[in-house]
Ligand binder design. Structure first.
Ligand code: TXA
Ligand code: MG
Length: 333
């Protein structure tokens, strides 16, 4: 249904009766249910095929709604909320008893986000309870940035998807936790960048899991890190270097059966491959990344060479997702 008044009312009705609904947010589409209702939350895990130990983000519509859900709001969290909420930022805090263990994946913390998207906020307000929502893809496939992507993965599994058009940001929220008086640990990069977070503190630690493949028995700070993600069927190799180096490598090593994921025309000039362009800025790349990964499966791509994004700003978020899609295959040119 379109995300108009009638759609939002129907979504709220379904959510109040313990159902799961596909909802747009500014980052990616979410698979929402009443965060307080264990049965409803179980339906999310079932629809996605998600491991029970991977916690869900809890979405509220204003800062005041956070305090009943947590034991404590760190001072730094208040500062972050002032600067970046509502928006694509998830803050991990110690959870209160109001949040069931099913929702937090058995952890004693909870990730809270106040989305900016007006449909998401309208749905939360109409329900009067917080909405637990992971990205609305099947576990292991790219996050959905359109209602059609959600339909592809969730047709027959959930009763309703609200269609709010394409997501403006295109990659999932930045996830952070707090350490000591003034420390922030980055668990997942997103549109709110490390540079943005530096406005709040200089003490920012980028968790190992953001840029490295973690061993099967590594202790992870965020359960999502240990699961395979965003993986299309094609074998992707990231080529780290400038446009000229990318072009030179591809002209020596690719053929017409290969696909290139590049940033602008000059990257691929004179190359006889299928080309998918992500755009120039980090923001454009973030917006198109997941649709492009789905496109790779649609066109049956087998071998893909991808230009490496900048490792700063939103680029770090694009790189983090691409690394997983490429099973950490990077060649430095
Ligand atoms: O932008 C987003 O964050 C989207 C939209 C729908 O809000 N949601 C989303 O949820 O991406 P999901 O479940 O696909 O990713 C949440 C990530 C997972 O990797 C999870 O492990 C981590 O956040 N996470 C959630 N709660 C956590 C917690 N209490 N401690 C550590 N990591 C947590
Ligand atoms: Mg996800």
């Amino acid at each position: 249904m379109p995300a108009d008044k009638a759609g939002i009312e129907y979504a709220a009705e379904l959510l109040k009766s313990g159902e799961v609904v596909g909802i747009p947010t500014e980052t990616v589409y979410g698979l929402g249910a009443n965060a307080f209702d264990e049965q409803a939350v179980r339906k999310i895990f079932k629809a996605k095929g998600r491991p029970a130990d991977n916690p869900l983000i809890v979405h509220v519509s204003s800062f005041d709604e956070i305090s009943p859900l947590v034991r404590e709001i760190p001072e730094l969290a208040k500062k972050c909320a002032e600067l970046f909420s509502p928006g694509p930022l998830t803050m991990i805090m110690p959870k209160s008893d109001r949040i069931p263990m099913v929702t937090s994946g058995g952890l004693d913390t909870v990730g809270i986000r106040i989305p900016y998207d007006k449909t998401a906020r309208a749905v939360i307000s109409a329900c009067g309870f917080p909405i637990a929502a992971p990205s609305a893809n099947l576990s292991g496939s790219p996050s959905p940035t359109t209602a059609q992507h959600v339909f592809m993965d969730m047709n027959g599994r959930i009763p309703l998807i609200l269609d709010g058009g394409g997501c403006g940001v295109g990659v999932e929220s930045t996830v952070i936790s707090f350490e000591g008086e003034d420390g922030i640990r980055l668990l997942r990069p997103g549109f709110i960048s490390v540079e943005d977070l530096k406005e709040v503190t200089d003490n920012i630690l980028i968790d190992k899991g953001v840029l490295e493949m973690l061993g099967a028995d590594a202790r992870v700070s965020s359960p999502g890190m240990k699961y395979k993600h965003y993986a299309p069927k094609a074998e992707i190799t990231i080529l780290q270097g400038d446009s000229l180096a990318f072009n030179a490598y591809c002209s020596a090593n690719s053929d017409k059966f290969d696909t290139l994921m590049a940033f602008d025309d000059s990257d691929c000039e004179g190359l006889d491959c299928k080309v998918l362009l992500l755009g120039s800025s980090g923001e454009e790349q973030a917006k198109r990344l997941f649709d492009t990964l789905r496109e790779l499966d649609k066109i049956g791509a087998k071998r893909v060479f991808a230009r490496c994004p900048e490792l700063s700003g939103v680029g770090l978020a694009v790189y983090n997702r691409l690394l997983r899609a490429a099973a950490f295959m990077v060649i430095r040119l």
